[in-house]
Design a protein around this ligand. Structure first.
Ligand code: ADP
Length: 188
């Protein structure tokens, strides 16, 4: 089904560790699309209620209202026929279906932007992100600042002992680290 007639869709992925500015970059791209009067819908995973259950919020407190969901396939029911840009935050928390869903939306002629962590706290690929990165036309990898030395940081250091892959938190639970100062948990 070609919803947005005469246009070719595509997928953009914004990835990197925590604090690398993924949400800020996502918000910037959405704002610019809104200035261009594009029809936008914003989704995020319902698990991340750190700041706001229904808005995407950056660590620097920029925010935009969105819809929180658990099953990424719900986007196919919720997306309006006229929506030109579908933005998804915290893409790493969704199941593997996010690859099929984003491809479907792009094949319908829409621009799709997904922001998400590419690596988990062990430094291993996070959920569906590797497959998503492969099917995206545009990939932006961002780096944060290492909290030990100030160099560019590609890793998210968990500061607690928990071994759950998903442990929602911000500065008190995680910090950005470069490869020299990243300490993967024992056994990872
Ligand atoms: P992400 O979505 O990648 O977690 P955000 O867009 O929410 O990142 O937040 C990025 C902001 O976080 C930066 O602009 C900065 O104000 C703040 N920040 C806090 N710690 C760091 C850090 N170690 N490196 C870079 N930015 C940091």
């Amino acid at each position: 089904m070609q919803v947005v007639h005469g246009k070719t869709g595509w997928i953009e992925v914004i990835c990197g560790p925590m604090f690398s500015g993924k949400s800020e970059e996502l918000i910037k791209r959405i704002r610019r699309a809104q200035i261009a009067r594009r029809r936008v819908q914003i989704f995020k995973h319902g698990i991340d209620a750190r700041y706001d259950a229904t808005s995407i919020v950056s660590h620097s407190q920029q925010s935009l209202p969105g819809i929180a969901l658990t099953h990424v396939t719900d986007i196919l029911d919720l997306v309006d026929d006229r929506t030109e840009l579908v933005a998804i935050d915290e893409g790493q928390f969704f199941g593997p279906e996010i690859v099929e869903v984003t491809n479907k939306l792009a094949n319908q002629g829409r621009r799709v932007i997904v922001a998400g962590l590419d690596l988990d706290y062990r430094g291993e690929p996070f959920g569906p992100m590797p497959q998503l990165l492969c099917s995206a036309e545009y990939v932006t990898k961002q780096l944060a600042i290492c909290m030990v030395c100030g160099d560019p940081a590609n890793f998210t250091q968990r500061l607690s002992e928990s071994t759950a892959q998903v442990l929602v938190g911000a500065q008190e639970t995680y910090e950005a680290r470069c490869r020299r100062h990243f300490e993967p948990p024992a056994g990872a």
